[in-house]
Ligand binder design. Structure first.
Ligand code: ADP
Ligand code: MG
Length: 764
């Protein structure tokens, strides 16, 4: 196991001017010194002195003429090689949108010359496997995307599903339930990539904007099993992360609202967290590295300061209008150069799939063996019974023939065996049918038995075949080299590649030496110098002071720039914070005004933050303090906070009636209906009527009627004394009226009955 510490390799690639930039005659401000590994950026606003240009040195740099394969061979092939040896490796492309990150990682499909790192690595891996000897490989591919801090599996059928990150002490951070496909050839893995790319564009209204704000990670896991010196099979697992990061430009947040604001802040979060992790790693003073701040940094934890090998490719554009972003990218990448990783080989990890495959195949084979073994024994026994010496000879001679013959024979044997068995059963069935000595019932029973045996036989045969195909499919997933390829060509190609690798290594070394020489030149100049005269010493020292002064100025300018960048970043953060605070206030006010205080308190006491899921969750309610039994939450309709009857749900769906929209707290205010009643007002009665009424309702006990001139025998109630008694019943008024009227009727009218002409008390 290697425990060497090595730095992250940083390479910079400058793309050519595009048509638009050329048409607008933008100036190129970037020059690339490939031999020395330097990028020189000139500020067009300042004079053409050395002060205005900035020099950045990297492990390797590529100009606009660089070819994809050149980049791969020189900078990425060694990393993929180490993945094949069992190291973890990461290649990530960083830079402003439109500078060629996707071009570098994926390239142009269907153009072999312009294929990017990902397809070139497919080629590399499968060619390596086909040339290997005495090794067994298993290659798996996964493809995921981080968008708005949410992980999406680009190979899953359900694109809406979000995935979670999990951590295990032995294997580190991984994505739970991420689908991975076993691929057996270059074509298969290319197909996986294409499916993922298609899914990447689905669901995004603007693909350009989406890809510039999301991080795409293609993961290839290569497992290799080889017989070790100890005679045991050892498995090495290498994981290659190929990362196309979101655009590094600052997200302009003018007018960003709601979802867009959320998106902008989250994208910033992932990239700024990456920046913070890099700073913390380079700083060396901080013991805490903020990996947990974002999904991206957690996933890349191994690759940044961990046990993986990492190459970062920084993409820049040459045009003057991109100057600020180009400088930011170069500063960022320069810092990343100083990150130290400690790569180590993953040998025999617990979760190696290859081991599981091998074990499963062995288990299935044993199962099949057991089946066929049992049958063969039966077969032998039967053959012995038949006293056919030939058969025995054939079987005993099995050990001498080679494997292939063995296999074929086994197959033939199996086929024969099934055929024989069937024929025998058939024969027996016929014999029973023809046997007249048996009673019909016995016959039926025996026949049924035979039928059952035949069905069992067929089932067994089917199961055996199923097992065999299962073994075959599993075995086909494990790749072994040395097949189908002429060894001679292999050897020559291998030599050619070794030579190319040597040349590339030479180039790296040469560049490194040049860089070292240049920095040493400046330091050692003074030591070597011997002065012949004082004047000469003064001259030379003045020159040196001038040079150092220029350097000092450059450093000062850089500090100033970094400070300015910090200030603007802080201002942006403050602006975001203000917007978020405002958002928070709205929510708080809603809670204060619409949620009862006791409910709010209940929620606050029960809520806790789940760090793994990054989600607020509710602790379960316990009925009694120390009782582990949980109180069952009432069954509620999905999505609602309280149980709802079927009727209520239907009414909610069908009508606009607010009555059933119980969950919508904002619509709680009721619409009051308009009034339909009036205040009571006493009726107004004319004074004349009041007087009449009063009069009428007067107590009539002492009412005197003069009936002296009236001899009437009509009224039985008229007393001799002439006074009329007021009846005690409630109908006093009627009788009174009647009596009064009776009293006033004239003697002439006595013959014909007299009826009142109008109601009331007014006499006619
Ligand atoms: P990014 O992924 O960084 O947003 P792209 O990879 O989509 O950028 O590149 C933007 C455009 O520039 C594409 O049309 C691509 O073909 C072109 N391009 C980028 N780099 C190069 C290069 N080195 N040579 C030729 N064309 C390039
Ligand atoms: Mg892109």
């Amino acid at each position: 196991m290697s425990t060497n510490t090595e730095s992250i390799k940083v390479v910079v690639r400058c793309r050519p001017m595009n048509d638009k930039e050329r048409a607008a005659t933008f100036e190129s401000v970037v020059s690339v010194d490939v031999k020395l590994g330097q990028i020189i950026v000139r500020n067009p606003r300042e004079s053409l002195s050395c002060k205005s240009s900035k020099v950045f040195t990297f492990d390797s740099v590529y100009n606009w003429k660089s070819k994809q394969i050149e980049l791969y061979d020189e900078s990425f092939r060694p990393l993929v090689d180490s993945v094949l040896q069992g190291f973890n490796g990461t290649i990530f492309a960083y830079g402003q949108t439109g500078t060629g990150k996707t071009y570098t990682m994926e390239g142009t499909r269907n153009d072999p010359e312009r294929r990017g790192v990902i397809p070139n690595s497919f080629d590399h891996i499968f060619t390596h496997i086909s040339r290997s000897q005495n090794q067994q490989y298993l290659v798996r591919a996964s493809y995921l995307e981080i968008y708005q801090e949410e992980i999406r599996d680009l190979l899953s059928k359900d694109q809406a599903r979000q995935l979670e990150l999990r951590e295990r002490p032995d294997t580190g951070v991984y994505v739970k339930n991420l689908s991975s496909f076993v691929t057996r050839s270059k074509e298969e893995i290319e197909n996986v990539m294409n499916v993922g790319n298609q899914n990447r564009s689905v669901g995004s209204t603007n693909m350009n904007e989406h890809s510039s704000r999301s991080h795409a990670i293609f993961v290839i896991t290569v497992e290799c099993s080889e017989l070790g010196l100890d005679g045991e099979n050892h498995i090495r697992v290498g994981k290659l992360n190929l990362v196309d990061l979101a655009g590094s430009e600052r997200q302009t947040k003018t007018g960003a609202q709601g979802e867009r604001l959320k998106e902008a802040t989250k994208i910033n979060l992932s990239l700024s967290a990456l920046g913070n992790v890099i700073s913390a790693l380079v700083d060396g003073r901080s013991s805490h590295i903020p990996y947990r701040d974002s999904k991206l940094t957690r996933l890349l934890q191994d690759s940044l300061g961990g046990n993986a090998r990492t190459v970062m490719v920084a993409n820049i554009g040459p045009a003057s209008y991109n100057l600020e972003e180009t400088l930011t990218t170069l500063h960022y990448s320069s810092r990343a150069k100083n990150i130290k990783n400690t790569p180590c080989i993953n040998e025999d990890p617990k979760d190696a799939q290859l081991r599981k495959f091998q074990e499963e195949i062995a288990r299935l084979k044993a199962q099949l063996e057991k089946r066929t073994g049992k049958k063969n024994r039966r077969h032998k026994r039967r053959a012995g019974d038949c006293s056919d010496g030939e058969n025995q000879e054939e079987e005993s001679g099995d050990d001498d023939v080679d494997n292939k013959d063995d296999e074929n024979k086994e197959k033939d044997n199996k086929g024969d065996y099934w055929r024989e068995q069937q024929e025998m059963l058939e024969k027996e069935r016929k014999a029973i049918m023809e046997d007249h000595s048996l009673v019909a019932e016995e016959k039926v029973q025996l026949l049924q038995e035979k039928e059952k045996k035949m069905a069992d036989l067929k089932r067994e045969q089917k199961e055996g075949e199923l097992l065999a195909t299962k073994i075959k499919t599993m075995e086909s997933k494990l790749l072994v080299g040395g097949k189908n390829i002429v060894d001679h060509t292999n050897e020559q190609q291998r030599m050619l590649e070794l030579k190319r690798q040597e040349i590339d290594e030479q180039k790296w070394k040469e560049r490194e030496m040049r860089q070292q020489m240049e920095s040493r030149d400046e330091e050692n100049l003074e030591l070597k110098e011997t002065y012949t005269s004082l004047q000469q010493e003064v001259d030379i020292k003045t020159k040196k002071v001038k040079k150092l002064f220029a350097k000092l100025e450059a450093v000062k300018a850089e500090i100033h720039e970094i400070q300015e960048a910090h200030i603007s970043a802080r201002q942006q953060l403050e602006q975001t914070q203000n917007e978020l605070t405002r958002d928070l206030k709205l929510k708080s006010q809603m809670i204060d005004n619409f949620i009862p205080l006791e409910d709010k308190n209940k929620i606050v006491t029960r809520a806790y933050f789940d760090e793994e899921d990054e989600y607020w969750k509710m602790k379960p309610i316990t009925r009694v303090e120390h009782d582990p039994r949980m109180m069952n939450r009432p069954q509620s309709a999905v999505g609602f906070r309280r149980p709802l009857s079927h009727h209520a749900r239907m009414a909610m769906m069908l009508s606009l009636d607010m009555r059933y929209k119980a969950e919508n707290i904002l619509l709680l205010e009721m619409d009051l209906p308009s009034r339909t009643t009036k205040n009571y007002q006493q009726p107004v009665i004319a004074p004349k009527v009041v007087a009449a009424l009063k009069d009428a309702l007067k107590d009539e006990d002492d009412l005197e009627v003069d009936a002296s001139g009236f001899d009437c025998s009509l009224s039985p109630v008229a007393s001799a004394s002439g006074s009329i008694r007021k009846p005690k019943s409630g109908r006093s008024r009627t009788s009174k009226q009647l009596n009064t009227r009776t009293a006033s009727c004239s003697p002439q009218n006595l013959t014909s009955p007299m009826y009142p002409q109008s109601r009331g008390l007014v006499p006619k």
